[in-house]
Design a binder for this molecule. Sequence first.
Ligand code: ADP
Ligand code: ZN
Ligand code: ZN
Length: 830
Amino acid sequence: MSTPKAPPTVIPTSKGASFVEVLVDCPGTDKLFTYRIPSDLNICPGDILNVPFGARQVGAIAMRCLSDLPPELTTTRILSVVDVVCRNLFPPGYWQILEKVAAYYHTSLMAVIRVALPPGLLQRSQRRIRLHTSINSVDVHGLGTAAQDILTLLQQSPTQDYTWQYLRRQVKKAQVGLRELQQRGLVKSYLQTQAPTQPKQQQVVTFTTLNVPDLTKRQQEILTLLNQEGGELWAQDLLRLAHTSSNTLKKLASKGCITLQQQERLRLETSPIQPDQPRMLTPDQAKVLSQLNRLQGYAEVLLHGVTGSGKTEVYLQAITPVLARQQSVIVLVPEIGLTPQLTDRFRSRFGDRIRVYHSALSDGERYDTWRQFLTSTPQVVIGTRSAIFAPVANMGLIVLDEEHDTGYKQDQPAPCYHARTVARWRAQQEDCPLILGSATPCLESWSQTRRCEPHLSQSKVHYLQLPQRVNARPMPPIEIVDMRLELANRNHSIFSRLLKKRLQELQQKHQQGLLFMPRRGHSTFVSCRSCGYVAECPHCSISMTYHHSPDSRQTLLRCHYCNYTQPQPQACPVCKSSYFRFFGSGTQRVMQELDKTFPELRVIRFDSDTTRRKGAHRQLLNQFARGQADLMVGTQMLTKGIDLPQVQLIGVLAADSLLNIPDFRASERTFQTLLQVAGRAGRGEHPGQVILQTYAPEHPVIQAVQQYSMNTFLINELKQRREANYPPFQQLILLRISGLNETMVENTALDIANYLKAYIQLHRYEGSILGPAPASILRVARRYYWHVLVKRPQAKLGQSEHWPFPRQECQQRCPQNLRLQIDVDPLKLL
Ligand code: ADP
Ligand code: ZN
Ligand code: ZN
């Protein structure tokens, strides 16, 4: 038993194979083990096996069959597989997908399995043995004693089956007997599928009235608090908030001031569920739906619909006929917590056919849900990125909502997979359509609908549009404020005069507003407040990062892609202004300024600091929805899941910190984020207004945002990407080298970069190697990070890569105490 490093020929079944690599289901084991296949067993990847492991027999999953032993194992004693417990647990082709993920993302199969399968999968399952045929007619002649004993027991069982554990206790040499019976096809071994688990029930407290005589002061306090929190809380939350006891709650219930009920935990968090009927579709929606319904087999649809255009309703109605055909559906969302309404809508439409799967589930819940995937009932899996690995069989449709969202990409740990890429492979394999929905599609998805992508033939790609909001409400007008003029007019505040005026009016007009402040980049770019000039790398067209090295008194500007460095100019190279410095202010600074300038304004701060506590997110949103604040100040979080008709003002502070993230996708991120932010206004009667402050009003992205013009943006952006050889025109691979010793990290990065440069030169491969360069956030949690960036042409049709990436060779150059992470198609290049 040991791990092979470079496995020899892999074959799809054990016909002709002598060995099998298995995943042993024991906590703490994180590698594959190799076993011998007995000559009378046929094993396929995905089969559940019994194998000897130490002194015990344990469950294992067959991963791959090998024709011969890997060289490093030839001197080891190889144990044999005991038995096949169960076949076809996973849908056909499931293992090929996992293999493909491992190969494409240059990671181990084990790492992929850890993402795909819940921990302790087999330990929690029970193996059972069942009579296969009517035994009366069976010839038991020549069966061994053990086999006969097992038969007799099974015949006596009212259900004709027993757990294997029980049979083993009752019958001597049960293993031998079972083998005999299985070979004759008399019994079948299987893993018990559990009954669907009951969702967790918990007590919920609902306010009814304060109008009851003889309430103590304390009781009144509790009721008032409950009322302030919206009239409904989990009992345990109320107990904690009000510092009271369940006895007190019972007394209040007996007085009729509150009701106490059991409710399903998940459901309440996503507000109560009412059964819901399909809506009459708008003509646009109807057109899209009929096109979707006409699709047959694999196809990729980009559903480009502005925020509020009714994409979700279209998904729902596209799913209905799929379920009716007895097929299953996977719906991916970027984050469950931020979009509880979405899950609600699916539940109220499809009831208990919904399975919600995400990383916040406990191991037990994950396992329970996962087992339900394996049943053959048609179901709708809703989940975050790892749900793309749900082993549902017979899929009829995959939907990726908000397909541009970066949450679909895993950065850490490996595999650094993108759920969209895996979804594409699964849809191809299941021969079913894949819908990518977004108001702001990412460039990769958009461009492939316009030109032939290597992995698709044009007839398989569709671009469908929902250009209008359902209620035909216009998008709010976007007003651009030139902050350079504010400075010229001696306004040094972070608020422009226009925004100040509108903030002042909020309260008088009983309106609400959102103030969007891009999350402060860890990087700091330098820019001129007088003319808007930003220092950029001449080679990489990304903004340069401000570096202050402790050993030199000089401040440097550095490109963290290619490591180009220059001293920081003291004055603006363009206009000579001395307002040339690094940029950035966080939500805290904004809160202080608000406090100073508008002391009477009621403000909620909504960012990762204030929403860290579980449920805080929803609580703050509820407070705001109830009108307990005039203004909500927040970061990127504001762009998601806020659908409030009373929001009429949106202020965007410093669009520049988005535009100048040192990343070639900065423009794309800015465009998407700003459109998403703008989409939060004007959902009610009033059209609303967006005020966008920037030092670069003439920037093409800002112009495109103002016009809500995806086309303008795309044409310009695709041109730049093509010129600089960035995706979607070329493929990137990011090598992240990290460790505690800075010099060692730097030297290793240099060694790997040099090796790669020589490698592509030797083979005359197309592409380039950038760096090594220190990451723009050089040090995280005491580790230093250096990057090497590989650019190469996109793979040709039918190939997984344009030229073979030498993973082993790079890995070998990385010492044990450093870490090399390979990120294929990276989204975060910081
Ligand atoms: P999107 O997912 O594109 O943002 P939604 O599907 O959430 O849009 O629709 C926006 C709003 O319009 C929701 O409140 C939804 O219930 C409503 N809606 C969607 N389709 C219709 C329709 N055909 N008729 C009436 N209301 C609709
Ligand atoms: Zn200047
Ligand atoms: Zn550069």
